[in-house]
Each structure stands twice: as C-alpha cells, then as structure tokens.
Design a protein around this ligand. Sequence first.
Ligand code: 13P
Length: 254
Amino acid sequence: MRKPIIAANWKLNKGPSDTEDFIKSFESRMSDLPKGVDIVIAPPFVSLPKATELLAQSKVRVSAQNMSEQDHGAYTGEVSAFMLKEIFVNYVILGHSERRSIYGETDAIINAKILKAHDVELKPIFCIGETLQEREDGKLEEVLRTQITEGLKNVSEKQMLDTVIAYEPVWAIGTGVTASPQQAQDAHEFCRSVITDLYGVSVSEKVRIQYGGSVKPDNASELLGQKDIDGALVGGASLEAASFAELIRNGVVD
Ligand code: 13P
C-alpha cells in the first residue's frame, strides 16, 4: 500500500510573511486532517528558511520548486542542492512543465538535477506530462516514456524508491480543465508500466505517482480514489490554507 503524498506548489506566490501566515493557519487545521498522508509545501526560494524553521517540529515537509544541477561557481541566479540541504529542505520539484516550456529545461538537464538531488538525499518530485497537441496527435505514451526514461537515466533502484513522480498534463495546469479520473488513471497506469520496464515490478509497485492539474477540494476524492493515483501536486487550490486542508481531507481516507 502506497502512502499518498499531497504537495502544494506555490509557484511565484508567497514571500516569507505570507508563508508564515499560511503555515499558522494550516497548522491550526492539522488536527482535523487524515494521518496517513505525507504533506509537502513548496514555497519560493526566499521563503524556504521561514518554512523549514516554522515546520521543524511538524509532519509537514518542505520542498523547493527547482535547483541547479551545479554545485557552485559562476552560475548567476542559481541555488544548489547543498544550499537547500543546509536549510533543511526535504524535497525538490524538478522538471515542472513551466520550467520545461518557459526556461527551456531539457530531459538531460532534468536528469542531471535529479541525480544531484539524490547525491545529497533531497527527494525529487519529478514532473512529466504531455501537451494537448501531443495528446491529440496520439503521442501521449511516447512523450511520457521518453520523459521518464531520459529523466531517470542512471538513477539507481534505491534512489527510485525515493523519487516521487508527478504526472501533470500540461493542458490541465492552471486551466480549470482537469483530466477525467479515467484519463488520469490510464496515464498513471502507463507511467507505472514504464517504471516496471526500467526497475521491475517490486520497485514500480512502491513508487508514488501524483496527479497534478486543476486539482481542487471537490475533485480530489475522485482523482485520488483511482488505483494508480497516489496523491496530488496542487497549484491554485494550495494557496489558501482552508482550501488546501479541505482538499487533503477530501482526497485521503485514513
Ligand atoms: P494548478 O493546480 O493550478 O492547475 O497547478 C498545477 C501545477 O502545476 C502544480 O505543479
């Protein structure tokens, strides 16, 4: 049985003071939440120290939204895996479609970042997903297989068990259009079959695959109820503590 993992990707929202407000409000709701779920928040870089400090005694874990594949040197504007470790960050979102499409991140760059994260024992939340055009052209499986295979090159079996996959169809991100539970389940089942091809069934049965793309409190239960959907990566609906808490309550049954 895989433990669900629900993560809040705040994208370019919430500096340190908004982060503090959210955490205080969210923590006051924690006693009402199901226990059998890993909860992660991913604030922007500047808010990470505040988040890890405030959540030091909490079960809520903290994720970065990106990091460099480099350790140090002349890379203006970058943040390294070691720096994230130093401030007690636990996870890092890598390969988000916004990083791929706006900032030109390739499968090779994402692969280098995933390997670097594992080097310092940061857990990657590795995002994959097709565009609407790719889906309409019948390329869904080809795109997912390539993203998974290239992104996970040289990732060991043990590291794979510490990797979370987030399937986020690009056409469902921030659009209010959610994949139907069946569309999402089919894609997740396919992703798991690719992990089986790469690592065998005993690993693939343990790897958690989150769904992302317009997950809301009112569709969380149906989506997370699917056999191969092990949680959610949430954008818009994670910005308010009440809505994020409601989504977790609806999505997870203890
Ligand atoms: P929305 O939940 O706002 O669609 O964003 C999804 C996402 O990109 C999470 O990483």
